[in-house]
Write a protein that binds this ligand. Structure first.
Ligand code: DX5
Ligand code: ZN
Length: 221
């Protein structure tokens, strides 16, 4: 098995001291940082936009993994690329011309991910696998942090991790939502290698670094 990556989601950080929380995540060994952009349309919640991505870019060297939970994400790709995104994940549910949108992301020299909601079948992304750097499987309904993992999404993680074996380039399988020290080992067993975690990192009683450490330990070797 490949080594895992832990991606703390700043949605669960304390925004009055965001810089500090980001530095703690970096010092604690996070491989990347996850930034959840929500528009109050595709998802019920509104979070933040490019200004926050740009601010985070200034305080860390970690790759920035931007999750665009917005309608018509193609309108904002250049803006988030300029803000410092390393990877952008667009939802298959928001992209009728997904192939074009993925090519637009890559043309900006940004890695391209496709995110897929809990109820959306694997078949909806099968044809795009050869073009993406990451599949982001939503293990909760997007919109809020702190939700419970939906176990029925896990067989799809396995379907994806099996299907990507036929491609020569590296394709990450990320999972997003409800990942904590209790669930991470089980989810890893389905073939995920990137673990997005908000509450279980920034809400961890022992602090950010301890939260990351607990996840890594529980994920197993
Ligand atoms: C949910 C977001 C997640 C969220 C995860 O819409 O996409 O990235 O921050 O939060 P936790 O880890 O608390 O479930
Ligand atoms: Zn996310």
């Amino acid at each position: 098995m490949t080594t895992i990556k832990i991606a703390p989601s700043i949605l669960a950080a304390d925004f009055t001291r965001l810089g500090e929380h980001v530095r703690e995540a970096e010092a604690g060994g996070a491989e990347l940082l996850h930034l959840d952009v929500m528009d109050g349309q595709f998802v019920p919640n509104i979070s933040f936009g490019p200004m926050v991505v740009e601010a985070v870019r200034r305080v860390t060297k970690l790759p920035l993994d931007v999750h665009l939970m917005i309608e018509k994400p193609e309108r904002y790709l250049d803006v988030f690329a300029k803000a410092g995104a390393t990877m952008m994940n667009v939802h298959v549910e928001t992209c009728p011309h997904l192939h074009r949108t993925i090519q637009q992301i890559k043309a900006l020299n940004v890695k391209a991910g496709v995110a897929i909601n809990p109820h959306t079948p694997f078949e909806m992304i099968r044809e795009i696998l050869g073009d993406v750097d990451r599949v982001l499987v939503m293990t909760v309904n997007p919109g809020f942090g702190g939700q419970k993992l939906i176990h029925s999404t896990l067989p799809k993680v396995r379907q994806i991790s099996e299907a990507i074996k036929q491609y020569k380039h590296e394709i990450e399988v990320g999972v997003d939502g409800g990942i904590d020290a209790q669930t991470i080992a089980e989810v890893r067993g389905y073939g995920a290698d990137v673990f997005i975690a908000g509450s279980s990192v920034f809400g961890y009683a022992g602090g950010v670094a301890a939260g990351i450490k607990a996840l890594r330990e529980k994920a197993g070797k």
